[in-house]
Ligand binder design. Sequence first.
Ligand code: SAM
Ligand code: SF4
Length: 333
Amino acid sequence: MTPLIDPFQRPITYLRVSVTDRCDFRCTYCMAEQMQFLPKKDLLTLEELDRLASAFIGLGVRKLRVTGGEPLVRRNILSFFHAMSRHLESGALSEITLTTNGSQLSRFADDLAAAGVRRINLSLDTLDAQKFSAITRWGKLDPVLEGIRAASRAGLKVKINTVALKGFNESELFALVAFCGDQGHDLTFIEVMPMGDMGEEVRLDQFWPLTDVEARLGGRFTLLPSAERTGGPARYVRLAETGQKIGFITPLTHNFCESCNRVRVTCTGELFTCLGQEDRADLRAPLRGDPTDATLTAAIRAAIDRKPKGHDFDYSRAHVKGQISRHMSHTGG
Ligand code: SAM
Ligand code: SF4
């Protein structure tokens, strides 16, 4: 099989699959409080998600990230992880990872580890229980902290993802760094992106540039630049004093698109070849219409041949340019 290479000579080796659009939280920057979720019939079954992911793996994808919505609220999701572990055993996949809000993690940590998951990303924007409930609208902090401990006990490496939000978690910068340092978790800050339909004043209001986060960290720690790249938007530094790795995902202030190796599939089988563009390809019809994978594979190749060069997000103008109307929970962050 010829591997997937896009028009800009980028090999596509990383697939992010959103297994559900549903979530038990309503983070203010991600979802509206009243969300209209997709009808069940539009969702791919777990067997269809298996066929889809396996087709990409057959075309050279080496790394699979399971995301959502909240992946751990999808019924029977463990069977999907167990099914995917055959690709780890065969050596076709090098890694299966998960992005989660952690609310259900204490129940799932051992089984995820048994299915071959070694690393997870967990979203945590604050260590204050009240602020946690405010930002997630429906969430509680304690079960998430318990989930993190359960994951560590199960041997999973946990990376904490924190969305940098002006006026919200600015005051907790060092507390979050200390929490991660004490517990041995890497920490990555994410710049808030103009997704969903929350009105542009809110977005501009929440935007806390990571250049400022980094400058504040630099005021207290010695930041050692790290050459490490993941092919994605994250850039890393090490804190000389603690040895901690801190990442910065700055889609809006840095251009990372030239090394992009990833594509995303939604829970309805839409393929997005760029998080910041509207271009999409329907993979559900080829998946359901042809029991062999021939039509599906052809549709994947045709979409990769159209992968855009990069995104157009830009906060530097008076309005939010390049705003994308779909929610992050739809494409899977
Ligand atoms: N529910 C899981 C979670 O929260 O980790 C997985 C899905 S969530 C959509 C994936 C990531 O996207 C989370 O780290 C979340 O903080 C991030 N995210 C959601 N909306 C965002 C936005 N508007 N800007 C930046 N990051 C966002
Ligand atoms: Fe749910 Fe994750 Fe979106 Fe928060 S960021 S609402 S946890 S999907």
